[in-house]
Every structure is written in C-alpha cells, then in structure tokens.
Design a protein. Structure first.
Length: 189
C-alpha cells in the first residue's frame, strides 16, 4: 500500500512543481512607470482635455521587463472599468509594438506621434480619437480606477486603427503570453 501511495503521489507532485514553475515564470513580467504608481491618484498631467476636464492629456511613461522569450509584439491598454456605460471606457489601445520595445515615454500617445515605434497602431478610443485619452470620470460619480496593462503577444495582430475595441480586446487576449498592470485612480467632485 505504501508503494501504491508513492506511485500515485509522485505524478501529482511533479505536476504541481511544473505548474508552480510556469506561474513563477509568468510572474517575472513586470510593468513600472515614472509617472504613475499602483494605488495612487493620477496627476492632472494624465487627465483628459475636454468633456469638462482640464488636464494635459498625456499618456504616462511605461516600462516593462521580463517578457517571455517567444514574445513577438506588445499591446498597451488603458481602461476604466467604473465608467457608467455598462462596458467600461477604453482610454487607449496601442497594439503591434515591436518585440524589442520595452518603454514608452510620457506623451507618446498623442495622435500622429512620430515617437511611437514603427508598426504601432493606436486604436480608436471611446472619446472617438486614435490616441491616448486621459481620465475624465463624470463629475460627482466618485472614484474611478484606471488600469494600465501591457500584454506580451505571441504575434502581431491583423487590425487597423478603426478595428472595434471589443475585437482588439478579444484578439489581444487570445494571443497573450503574459501581462502586467498598474491600477491608479481619479475622481472629480
């Protein structure tokens, strides 16, 4: 009986150790920023200019490291899950960043910016423009969360700047090898 217990337990133990190794490898992909910090409030530098908001509307600096070796491209999303739309609010969807990209400087999300790496595509956001749109929750709506996420992708995506946000989200999630996020907040009283 002791021999049988060992023979049944050994495959389970090996399986557990392999899964822990995969989790450990997935946890090596990290996102950092000189502009935003997890759990902190966005500065006016990253608040929208319009819709009653009066910020600088600059995308934040983002840097990442530890991507899986099979990464062929990156995507960057900025999303507000608390927007009163029933589906959140897409502030930025930047896709097809080349695999050698590891950093975006403050403000690269401006429409038509030549500082974006060649091949990168800014998808039409929920403000109706192909660029970064800063935080701008409805006045008096309370605290909103803003999730900045970088996705390491198995391949570049076959999309255009007019591809719908939901389709881009689907394609990014279907091709994600790893992801890393920073969540910040902002509110207007």
């Amino acid at each position: 009986m002791h021999q049988r217990f060992i023979s049944l337990s050994l495959p389970l133990a090996v399986s557990f150790l392999l899964s822990m190794t995969c989790i450990a490898k997935a946890n090596t992909f990290e996102l950092s920023s000189n502009d935003i910090k997890a759990g902190k409030t966005l500065s006016s530098k990253h608040v929208y200019q319009g819709f009653g908001c009066d910020g600088d509307n600059l995308s934040p600096h983002l840097a990442w490291s530890g991507a899986p070796k099979d990464t062929k491209a990156y995507a960057v999303f900025a999303y507000d899950p608390d927007a009163p739309t029933g589906s959140g609010w897409w502030h930025w969807q930047l896709v097809n960043l080349p695999a050698n990209t590891t950093e975006l400087k403050t403000g690269v999300g401006i429409s038509g910016n030549t500082l974006l790496p060649q091949g990168a595509i800014q998808i039409n956001n929920d403000f109706g423009s192909n660029d970064f749109g800063g935080a701008c929750p409805p006045k008096g709506h309370g605290l909103h969360r803003y999730q900045f996420t970088v996705f390491a992708l198995a391949k570049p995506l076959n999309v255009s700047e007019n591809t719908k946000s939901a389709v881009v989200g689907y394609m990014v999630n279907a091709n994600t090898l790893a992801k890393a996020s920073i969540e910040v907040s902002f509110q207007r009283d």
